[in-house]
Design a protein around this ligand. Structure first.
Ligand SMILES: [Zn+2]
Length: 242
């Protein structure tokens, strides 16, 4: 009889252990799910900076194509593509018009005001990542292809290198350019605090690049590639699910 009671006690204890173990397993799963969700919510805010704008058109091609308009077209496509995934990027500008204070009369003072305002906006976010969109130009018509430049801030070079790789793979396998650190003379890139890249999408001085860069289909392809790189680096990165 005693033996039977002892057996029942042991059986009960084992059952209790199994119940507790499965309950804690469920709780652990729930906790990691909650943590994963929290990390996704905490992903850095994407800030898209269409280079130049207002009275500063940036580079102008021989045929009169103005850089700022192409920068804006690609940036707006990137914003809209991100919106499909429920991501609303912050834009440093949404149109070609920039309102300057009335007392500023010279182009250089307006440019300084604009760049300082953008840096202030970008640095007002504690957790952000910056994608600044530009077009390149060169005295010779030979150079072509996109190049990603990065700031000295942590996380910038990895982002740039991954995107450069993606641009070669998905857009132009002939593109031999490599990601590089940007010069200290670019005010905006020097003064922002977050991971930051500046993409030179192509050369306005190269006729083939110039034609492609004005094509809405090509612009969308670029915009989707930039957005995919941001998603993989900052949103779907495995570390966010740890
Ligand atoms: Zn530019």
């Amino acid at each position: 009889m005693l033996k039977r009671i002892f057996k029942l006690i042991i059986l009960g204890a084992v059952s209790m252990v199994i119940v507790v173990m499965s309950f804690s397993a469920i709780s652990t799963a729930n906790i990691s799910y909650i943590q994963a969700s929290a990390n996704i919510i905490e992903s850095p805010v994407l800030i898209i900076d269409p280079g130049h704008g207002g009275e500063d058109g940036g580079a102008v091609s021989n045929s009169g194509v103005i850089e700022s308009g192409i920068n804006l077209d690609i940036s707006l496509k990137m914003r809209d593509f991100c919106a499909l995934f429920g991501i609303s990027p912050v834009m440093t500008r949404n149109s070609e018009t920039i309102d300057y204070p009335e007392d500023l009369t010279s182009l250089s003072s307006k440019k300084v005001y604009d760049q300082k305002s953008r840096v202030e906006l970008i640095n007002s976010y504690d957790n952000a990542v910056l994608v600044s969109i530009h077009q390149n130009i060169f005295p010779s018509s030979k150079p072509f292809g996109a190049q990603v430049l990065y700031s000295k801030n942590q996380g910038s070079s990895e982002f740039a290198e991954n995107l450069q790789k993606l641009l070669v793979e998905k857009i132009d396998p002939e593109n031999y350019r490599v990601a590089a650190q940007i010069q200290d003379t670019v005010y905006l890139m020097k003064n922002v605090n977050c991971p930051a890249i500046l993409i030179e999408c192509g050369f306005l001085s190269n006729p083939s690049d110039e034609a492609q860069l004005q094509d809405p289909g090509y612009q969308l392809k670029l915009a989707m590639t930039f957005a995919s790189s941001y998603f993989s680096q900052f949103i779907f990165n495995q570390e966010n699910y740890a």
